[in-house]
Write a protein that binds this ligand. Structure first.
Ligand SMILES: Cc1cc2nc3c(=O)[nH]c(=O)nc-3n(C[C@H](O)[C@H](O)[C@H](O)COP(=O)(O)OP(=O)(O)OC[C@H]3O[C@@H](n4cnc5c(N)ncnc54)[C@H](O)[C@@H]3O)c2cc1C
Length: 446
């Protein structure tokens, strides 16, 4: 009962370990990396700059998770009112743009509003994909100029190749009155699903994992290369092996399926259809901390290489040496739709050039630090293949008794709190399955 193994030491892995601890079980937790935390890791460089693995802020509304995270940092966190903006052809509208048309070129505003009104007067049409949803929500001019363009940069495919089951509160569907107010007034209300966030005062986002570390027997540098579900054994690239009674995995599904011995061909094919973006993060440290009023900025223009910028020094001043500022740029690719062919370092120069073009960097700014990170798995792409392929893959894992969790195990658009809770749910399922098989074994021997 006690030999439960967790693959992955990210939020999902620690969610599972947290649930198991309540049963008095200390799982073995394997990770291929030389550090714990997965996507919630933070790196502190000798120069004093701290960069997370992509901008990470906690905006969970779940009070239990808020308390757990707060406890991990002994209540030492910042609470910050969020400010988000957008860059489009030299303009900097507030976020979301559909509520802040004020200041954009007059012809664009008039056309957007005329289309919006026309669209709302049409009889309701069936929504077949994200493209249909965008046009019916905003009219075609706004859809073309903003979200469809952003979709190609962030999701790396076109909106007509995407479903809408990931939307939730992410994209606000405004009323005509809200659009008009945002077009007339510079200070229309800030309606966004994130109003404020918390962030650890010290050490970057990874500090939120601090007190979970003792919940597992953590073995780093253990890259799972093979899993034999029949004999319940795992093999690692370092030559080690491990047995398990129950296995919980937060490994990205395509990698998990290719590691499973004798996985059926149709399952392998389904796993190959699952699409995810990859991301090159370019980190810049500067001798100036007055870079932007926004915590994050979204970039729509396809001739600007990054999709989003964030400013780690605005999350906590301890993320930078005194008086300095920092920028993290996200440049997206996808093995399925836009493979990344170069070296991550090659992106430093184009990112700096585009930061200058949009006016965020000045010619005389001194860049005191730069680095890159490569994320092979970033955001799940909800293309039209996803639902059927996922059903096949998850169905197979259910059949062979491997419990999956987290952003890349559930294969969803999940934030840290959701990944943690997904780990808890996977541990619950593993416990219940082990209890059932124990009852069966006892009945057999009785
Ligand atoms: C750019 C970006 C920005 C984000 N911003 C936010 C934000 O602001 N707020 C928020 O709440 N969420 C944010 N998220 C989402 C958040 O990162 C995820 O929800 C969460 O970190 C996922 O945790 P996980 O444990 O499921 O996956 P991971 O963190 O990826 O953990 C999986 C672990 O499995 C390990 N692993 C993989 N393969 C193997 C193998 N073969 N053998 C052994 N170990 C293996 C990995 O090394 C990793 O440690 C963001 C994500 C991205 C990509």
């Amino acid at each position: 009962m006690s030999n439960i193994v967790i693959i992955g030491t990210g939020m999902a892995g620690f969610g599972a370990a947290y649930r198991l601890r309540k049963e008095g079980i200390t799982p073995t937790m394997y990770d291929k990396n030389s550090y714990h935390g997965g996507h919630t890791t933070s790196f502190r460089h000798e120069s004093g700059f701290v960069f997370d693995v992509g901008p990470h802020i906690s905006f969970t509304k779940d009070e239990r998770i808020q308390e757990l995270f707060a406890d991990c940092v002994d209540q030492l966190y910042e609470t910050v009112n969020i400010n988000l903006n957008n860059y489009w052809r030299g303009y900097w509208p507030q976020h979301p743009v559909q509520l802040h048309l004020h200041g954009l070129p007059e012809d664009v505003v008039v056309k957007v509003i005329a289309d919006f009104v026309e669209e709302r007067q049409k009889p309701e049409q069936p929504i077949r994909n994200y493209d249909d949803w965008l046009v019916s929500s905003f009219g075609s001019t706004f859809a073309d100029l903003f979200p469809k363009q952003y979709t190609r940069k962030y999701h790396l495919t076109t909106a007509d190749n995407m479903s809408i089951d990931w939307l939730g509160p992410r994209i606000y569907r405004p009323s005509l009155e809200e659009v008009l107010r945002g077009a007339i007034s510079k200070t229309s209300p800030n309606i966004h699903y994130i109003t404020h966030f918390r962030y650890p005062k010290q050490g970057g986002f990874v500090s939120y994992l601090r007190k979970f570390l003792s919940f597992g027997n953590i073995k780093l540098n253990h890259d799972v290369v093979s899993i034999d579900p029949k004999i319940r054994q795992i093999e690692f690239s370092n030559g080690m092996r491990g047995d398990y009674d129950g296995l919980i995995s937060s490994v990205p599904l395509p990698d998990l399926i290719s590691a499973i011995k004798d996985a059926p061909r149709d399952v392998m094919e389904a796993a190959r259809l699952l699409a995810c973006s990859s991301c090159v993060l370019v980190n810049i440290g500067l001798d100036r901390d007055t870079l932007s009023d926004a915590h994050m900025s979204y970039f729509y223009d396809e001739d600007i290489c990054f999709t989003r910028l964030s400013f780690p020094h605005m999350l906590s001043k301890n993320n930078v040496p005194n008086g300095m500022g920092s920028i993290q740029a996200e440049v997206y690719f996808s093995d399925k739709y836009k493979p990344f062919a170069g070296k991550p370092d090659d992106l430093i120069a184009p990112v700096i050039a585009d930061l200058r073009r949009c006016g965020l960097l000045r010619e005389n700014d001194r860049i005191v630090f730069s680095s890159v990170m490569y994320l092979p798995y970033a955001n799940i792409i909800f293309d039209l293949d996803r639902a059927a392929a996922l059903e096949t893959v998850h169905g197979y894992l259910d059949d062979i008794g491997i419990f999956y969790c987290g952003r890349y195990g559930d294969w969803g658009y999940m934030w840290t709190d959701e990944s943690f809770k997904s780990g808890e749910a996977a541990a619950e399922a593993a416990l219940s399955s082990l209890r059932t098989s124990l009852v069966h074994q006892r009945a057999r021997f009785a």
